[in-house]
Write a protein that binds this ligand. Structure first.
Ligand code: HEC
Ligand code: HEC
Length: 416
């Protein structure tokens, strides 16, 4: 009896001890996990901070002569520490308010018109009429007995503030800034984010910028004959992007910029402008969800048109390396799948994916260009390849690109 009690006691104890251990280890694991993600984040932050520091040094030795010591720009190159490059729109908050007041005025006018028009009123159901009355009451409560006068007064104030804000930007405007069209990315039709834009510029340079700048922006990449390694280009990119990181751009920031970007003069090839497309495909698929059928249809139509044409691989190559700047990303395997061996890779690796069972190599390549997010290559991020080539290409240019990529049928450096 005593022995049995003892045993049971022991058992209970064991269970208790066991449970405590389990709990303790859960707490420990949880604590480690929490700390681990904290450590990861702080490790990544330190890594980024070091990269930015290295970028800063490279910038003062290689870039400051043209872009200014603190990225303010000079007669030789545009400012990079620059709200225009980051697409900050100073007028946007006022524009939103103005649009809201305008909508309210229009709504008030429709409502009062309905109230005085017997015929219109008689066509409303009881519920609809109640909504009209409630809306009117709400506007009158907010703006008083004469809402139109108050609303128009508000509109005048906002429009005046907007005009004054533009006046304060005058010296920047004199240096080439356009407050109504404030985003460099939009101006050049870049369909991706700023990071690949900066990196692309560093890798491929802007050979044609000599048409509108005293000296061209050269390629800085060793792959393009320049002096800098890939990691150094990434450091520089991190440094430049850090100028806009969570920045509350002020008017002073704008006025400090000495030089804004210039639009290429006529005759110069733009970096990302539509080259000579005649009938552009005019579609983009940044958001691909639920659009499978539409993508298939557009790609099938493009393939049908391409089949009637002869692609020129030489033109394809110059588009790829020149005005479309595909090579800027595709020459660095860390940024995008390398150009070399593309066709081999598509045939041997991509088409082996069961999801692509029904694809031909041409189908895959055309879809990759028109709807890059439809099939994102493993190991690379979605959204980095510009999504708007469909708005810049026609069937002939696509045929040329396809002819060039079809010639990349040597060994695939990614194959192991
Ligand atoms: C010889 C002068 C010169 C030097 C040195 C130079 N750049 Fe440039 N850079 C330019 C010019 C000119 C442009 C404008 C090209 C254009 O508009 O097409 C430019 C454009 C750029 C742009 C794109 C800006 C935009 O709005 O399109 C970036 C980013 C850039 N440079 C970064 C750098 C970095 C980083 C360095 C140092 C490694 C550097 N540049 C060195 C002349 C220079
Ligand atoms: C800003 C960088 C960037 C530019 C510019 C760019 N691409 Fe890409 N591209 C990528 C990335 C990243 C991927 C892989 C991720 C994905 O599938 O979208 C990719 C994937 C591809 C693929 C699939 C390759 C494979 O191995 O499966 C093709 C083909 C392609 N791009 C063609 C082009 C062409 C043609 C152009 C120019 C008209 C171009 N890209 C411009 C970044 C870029």
């Amino acid at each position: 009896m005593d022995l049995q009690r003892l045993l049971i006691d022991r058992m209970e104890n064991r269970i208790l001890v066991g449970l405590t251990m389990v709990l303790a280890s859960m707490v420990l694991v949880g604590w480690v996990a929490i700390n681990e993600s904290g450590r990861m984040a702080s490790f990544q932050q330190q890594h980024l901070a070091r990269s930015i520091e290295k970028g800063a040094e490279l910038f003062s030795s290689s870039c400051a002569t043209c872009h200014g010591n603190s990225g303010e720009g000079s007669a030789r190159a545009p400012g990079l520490n620059n709200p225009q490059l980051f697409g900050h729109d100073y007028l946007a908050p006022l524009d939103t308010q103005i649009a809201a007041v305008e909508t309210r005025i229009a709504r008030f006018e429709t409502l009062t018109a309905t109230m005085v028009d017997e015929e219109a009123r008689s066509q409303l159901s009881e519920e609809e009429f109640a909504v009209v009355q409630a809306d009117l009451a709400a506007i009158i409560e907010r703006y008083g007995e004469d809402p139109l006068t108050s609303l128009n007064g508000e509109l005048v104030t906002l429009v005046t503030n907007r005009a004054n804000l533009i006046l304060q930007m005058q010296s920047a405007i004199d240096r080439g800034y356009d407050p109504e069209d404030p985003s460099r990315m939009n101006n050049v039709g870049w369909g991706s984010t700023l990071e690949p834009f900066v990196l692309t510029t560093l890798v491929s340079g802007r050979p044609v910028s000599t048409n509108y700048w005293p000296e061209p922006m050269a390629s800085w990449s060793q792959t393009g004959g320049g002096p800098l390694r890939e990691d150094q280009l990434l450091d520089l990119t991190n440094y430049v992007l850090n100028w806009g990181h969570e920045r509350n751009w002020t008017l002073e920031d704008l006025l400090r910029v000495q030089q804004f970007a210039k639009e290429p003069v006529e005759g110069a090839v733009q970096l990302v402008e539509n080259p000579v497309a005649t009938e552009i495909i005019d579609i983009q698929f940044a958001d691909v969800s639920g659009r499978r059928d539409e993508i298939d249809e557009v790609v099938a139509r493009a393939l049908g048109e391409i089949a009637e044409l002869t692609g020129d691989p030489n033109n394809g190559q110059s588009l790829y390396n020149g005005s479309l700047a595909c090579s800027a990303c595709h020459n660095l395997a860390t940024v995008a799948p390398p150009t070399e061996g593309t066709f081999t890779r598509v045939e041997d690796t991509r088409l082996a994916d069961p999801n692509l069972a029904a694809y031909s190599a041409e189908h895959y390549i055309v879809e990759s260009i028109l709807a890059p997010n439809a099939y994102v290559v493993e190991g690379y991020p979605a959204n980095n390849m510009p999504q708007n080539f469909g708005e810049r290409l026609d069937a002939q240019l696509l045929a040329d690109l396809l002819a060039y990529l079809s010639s990349q049928d040597g060994e695939d450096p990614l194959a192991n």
